[in-house]
Design a protein. Sequence first.
Length: 381
Amino acid sequence: MIYLDYAASSPVKEAAIKVLMHSTVNDFANPSSNHQLGLDLTNKINLIREKMLNLLGIKRGYRVIFVSSATEANNLVIRGLAIKKGDHILISPTDHPSIKVPSYQLMREGINVDALEHDEEGLIDEKHLFEKTFLKEKLLALSYVHNQSGHIFQIDNMVKKIKEHNKNIHIHVDGVQAAGKININMRDMLIDSLTISSHKMGGPKGIAALILRENVDLHPLILGGGQEYSLRSSTLAAPLIFAFFAAFCEAMEKKDELNLKLSNLKDYIMENLPKQCPEVIFPFAKAITSHHILMMIFPKIKSDILIRHLEMKKIYVSTSSACSSKNNKDNEVFTHLKIKSAYHQNVIRLSMGDETTLEEIQTFINEISLIHQDLIGIGVR
């Protein structure tokens, strides 16, 4: 099997599996219980919060809220902020559904949802961004690394300029595709909240974290026992948190080594795939995208046909974000990223991780080139 869909979910790291198995057996107590077992778990979890913040370059001023998923974290911010009818929020129409869908729900409730614009390279049009945020926006929500194209948006520089003119705007960053992949140092970023996800960095599903500035008040989505600073009531899943932290630590420790490896693999694909499949198009430059994500266009053959033939060879890639791949309409994301509509059904996303090898990439190049050539030869479109 060759797995090249890390942006959707990554294999669970061995260290995380060991921690999860051990903790599931031994850490069965409720962290909210006031006996020693519960108190010990609470102390361990609080120590993890502190260490996670340190690894993100934060010494003080933020807190870690553990939630079930990045989708929940994004919803907690977007739905939880005190945004009233007539206020404005700003999002990218290319972003993940967990940002767009709750925002569009607010629009139905009388909130003004403004759309960021993207330039011809797919990057955020900063002039348009500053014109919007300098005026009336209450919330800006966007991704650090785009989940389909791999674009790295220059959050640090943008946020500093925005905050100079609009100190009251809440800036939320979905860092799911960035954490453990690129350097994130929140100490100087001035953002108000950040989402990270366990299963995108080799941890188990069912756990994620919202890094939230301490002075930010949110209305909780889940009411009950008042866990997580009364922002997310539910019994804390200690085994999932511990396994998440194990994966997070390994990802942060090895990210520079991984980046070098993935950069070389991406170079190899972009240099060698066109030699065997001259029709392939790379719509975005490597310099502005993350090393782990590569978007490709294969003209004349629909991407869903290509991936089914790759599956027969036990090679797994995707056509778009796993959270939006069920939508067969004209792709809104591709439109705003300035991909021609004629190519919307020809896009494949390849995403790599720490277990990806050069041999796997070579096999992928050989197989997809042969499949593409054969399908064109028999007249498949």
